[in-house]
Design a protein around this ligand. Structure first.
Ligand SMILES: Nc1nc2c(c(=O)[nH]1)N[C@H]1C(S)=C(S)[C@@H](COP(=O)(O)OP(=O)(O)OC[C@H]3O[C@@H](n4cnc5c(=O)[nH]c(N)nc54)[C@H](O)[C@@H]3O)O[C@H]1N2
Ligand SMILES: Nc1nc2c(c(=O)[nH]1)N[C@H]1C(S)=C(S)[C@@H](COP(=O)(O)OP(=O)(O)OC[C@H]3O[C@@H](n4cnc5c(=O)[nH]c(N)nc54)[C@H](O)[C@@H]3O)O[C@H]1N2
Ligand code: SF4
Ligand SMILES: [Mo]
Length: 631
């Protein structure tokens, strides 16, 4: 396997090493075969000697966080969690982890939750990919990309929906998407209410009204069904529920769909033609498919299943994960409705293996998601263990989250910096960053790679694995005694997806990995892909308001700051009397929240829609705004 370690800053999984002067140097790896890094990755080592790193455990005394020994801090943390457990029961605890942490660390975190008796364990991937992940679980089996990035070279048609991989997953884009298109083998069709950097490579850009993608895709599927451009053999042998689905989708009326989406019937036909003509179709989907209760991810899965575009190289669904180990955190069992390796909570075999390893069975009832747990803080949930995430910064109202964090009887946080969340903690435990630790992480296309520490943690900081071990031993005894190799072995023993060779994709098979999922059967109970009833709810934007599109994410670990430009269509600008470069106020419809922005007048966004970077949009996002006024 190639040398160096894995970049800790996004889910592409590039290999790198620490070079001179805080800069990383690329090392050739399966995710960055050219050995290149993006600008963000090059800056990754700057965290190593950052003077703001946490270096000593902190405990709250008379209202203030003060330095403490590891022994005292871990005792305090364990006593706090144990107190809640004894008084209110295990379901009064919530465990939130850790898309920045390794598979082994995430496994240990969910093990602690479940050994103590609760399935209240989740991770921050819920903030970005919940609806697509849930649709994938229900329809195909695993909440994961179905293909290997390098197999995109076999693709004829790439459908990028609500994604901007040119910027957000740049080395993936430059290594696998751009070459496939530039060689002329693949056509890229983009579905997005605004132009972005990915658009430059696209042959067609379709811009449905925000929130209406599902309807547009359903109209495409209806055309395919109507014209018989479906894969009968695949439907017959590999799927279930098609008849009812076909009936339902056939009622999608092209004229009404055009009115709902703002996309002409001709554009629907053009995309249907492109899908029908292509032998291999792959979807690239990211956070822009997350705002309609799963309707868009489901419509994309319909399109793939209808046409038999899954289970062969160069076809399938790409879930473009964001943070470095979002995929792995979920795979290792940091989800309240599934066990390690995505085994269902009631899977008898998985439960037995876990009981063997742990001495107790995991609880049967699904726990709370992170989105459900936060509002329950101080009520049903009285104690929380937060590992490597910052719920204090969330898409929820900031003051509300602060209040909820304060309402907990006990809050234990493992982090590498002080944050909005550590500010409310009773115990703060200083952790090592990715460049300082061993273990494995899993990329956005299921590639499992081994880390190799490039530096020692600063001061008394320890790996999350070691910290969770100390805490686990205090709360649950010897089941938490092993080292990281023991944890990796245990994970491999309890999960069907783990324990494969370094640099291969899960699940392990025949001494290697699995590049293409579902070649023979799906990971659903009957082995078939499921069709479900198509759903769509038209969003309602007041006549005099704009649909708000928010791109990228606000701040965060290792991320650059965004700009404050409001992308505004030229016709809308003329109607508002706003000039390019003019300062404008962007407010929620009820006027509760408002931000200042600089008008950027462009044809790259559809009329009736405006777009802001997440940094600038933050107060609007927290207020839950999907529509805004511009003055
Ligand atoms: N440099 C850099 N890279 C990053 C990050 C970063 O902050 N900086 N963050 C990482 C993280 S955590 C994540 S989750 C990923 C995010 O990766 P992406 O989701 O690709 O990032 P966005 O730029 O938000 O792109 C989402 C696209 O969805 C579009 N969109 C919004 N609403 C709709 C809609 O209703 N329909 C459709 N079709 N499109 C819509 C937006 O216009 C935008 O073009 O990126 C990761 N990579
Ligand atoms: N308002 C608003 N809310 C958002 C978003 C937005 O744009 N606006 N974006 C959403 C998206 S896409 C995402 S991905 C989430 C991101 O949400 P988070 O995951 O909560 O944010 P980050 O800042 O990436 O990382 C959280 C913490 O992990 C710490 N950390 C880094 N590495 C390690 C490690 O190895 N061990 C430990 N223990 N800690 C570590 C960092 O110091 C940081 O404090 O937020 C979501 N919420
Ligand atoms: S694309 Fe992602 S993994 Fe690769 S160097 Fe950039 S931030 Fe790191
Ligand atoms: Mo994200």
């Amino acid at each position: 396997m190639s040398d160096g370690t894995v970049c800790p800053l996004c889910a592409v999984g590039c290999r790198l090493d620490v070079g001179d002067g805080d800069r990383a140097v690329g090392r050739t790896g399966p995710a960055n075969p050219g050995g290149t890094l993006c600008e963000k990755g090059i800056r990754a080592p700057s965290v190593l000697d950052d003077p703001d790193r946490l270096t000593t455990p902190l405990v709250r005394e008379d209202g203030d966080l003060v330095e403490a020994s590891w022994g005292r801090a871990l005792d305090r943390a364990a006593d706090g969690l144990r107190g809640v457990l004894d008084e209110y029961g295990a379901d009064a605890l919530a465990f939130l982890g850790a898309p920045h942490c390794t598979n082994e660390e995430n496994y240990r975190l969910q093990k602690l939750a479940r050994v103590l008796g609760t399935n209240n364990v989740d991770n921050r991937a819920r903030a970005c990919h919940e609806e697509a992940a849930d649709a994938l679980i229900e329809r195909f089996g695993y909440p994961a990309t179905t293909f290997a990035a390098e197999d995109l070279e076999n693709t004829d048609l790439l459908l990028a929906v609500g994604a901007n991989p040119a910027v957000q997953q740049p080395v993936f884009f430059d290594s696998f998407v751009r070459p496939a298109v530039n060689r002329g083998d693949a056509t890229l069709v983009q579905v997005d209410p605004r132009e972005n950097e990915t658009t430059r490579l696209a042959a067609h850009h379709v811009a449905p009204r925000p929130g209406s993608d599902a309807r547009f895709l359903q109209a495409v599927c209806a055309r395919l069904v109507e014209r018989g451009d479906v894969d009968e053999t695949f439907l017959d042998e590999r799927t279930t529920g098609y008849e009812a689905y076909a009936d339902a989708v056939s009622s999608v009326d092209p004229v009404r769909a055009a009115a709902e989406t703002g996309v002409s019937a001709d554009a629907v036909d053009a995309v249907a033609d492109a899908v029908a003509e292509a032998d291999r179709v792959a979807v690239l989907a990211a956070t822009g498919v997350e705002n309609d209760e799963g309707a868009t991810p489901n419509a994309l899965l319909d399109l793939l299943a209808l046409t038999g575009n899954v289970g062969r190289p160069g076809t399938g669904f790409g879930l473009l994960r964001g943070l470095n180990n979002e995929q792995g955190a979920t795979d290792a069992g940091c989800r309240p409705d599934g066990l390690p390796g995505h085994a269902p909570l009631d899977d008898a075999g998985a439960r037995e293996r876990l009981a063997d390893a742990w001495g107790v069975e995991p609880p049967r009832e699904p726990g709370l998601t992170e989105k459900e747990a936060l509002p329950a803080f101080g009520e049903d949930v009285r104690g929380a263990l937060v590992v490597g995430e910052n719920p204090g910064v969330s898409k929820r109202d900031e003051a509300e989250v602060a209040e909820r964090l304060d309402a907990l009887d006990t809050l234990v946080v493992l982090d590498v910096f002080e944050s909005e969340t550590t500010a409310h903690a009773d115990v703060v435990l200083p952790a090592a960053v990715g460049l300082e630790k061993p273990g494995t992480v899993t990329s956005l296309d299921r590639l499992v790679q081994r880390l190799s520490p490039r530096a020692d943690p600063p001061g008394d900081a320890r790996t999350d694995h070691a910290i969770l071990g100390g805490l686990g031993r205090r709360l649950a005894g010897d089941a938490f005694a092993g080292d990281i190799a023991d944890t990796a072995r245990e994970l491999a023993a309890v999960s069907d997806l783990h324990g494969g060779p370094d640099g291969e994709r899960w699940p392990p098979a025949d001494g290697g990995g699995t590049d293409t999922l579902y070649t023979e059967s799906f990971a659903t109970p009957d082995g078939r892909a499921r069709f479900v009833e198509p759903s769509f709810e038209a969003s309602t934007i007041p006549e005099d308001a704009f649909a708000l599109v928010v791109a990228s994410r606000a701040g965060g670990f290792g991320m650059e700051a965004g700009d404050d430009r409001l992308r505004l269509n030229a016709d809308d600008a003329a109607e508002l009397g706003v000039e390019d470069g003019e300062r404008v106020a962007v407010s929620t419809v009820d006027g509760d929240a408002s931000v200042e922005a600089v008008a950027h007048v462009t044809d790259g966004i559809r009329a009736g829609t405006v777009a802001l970077h997440a940094d600038a949009a933050d107060p609007l996002v927290r207020a839950g705004a999907t529509a805004v006024r511009v003055d």
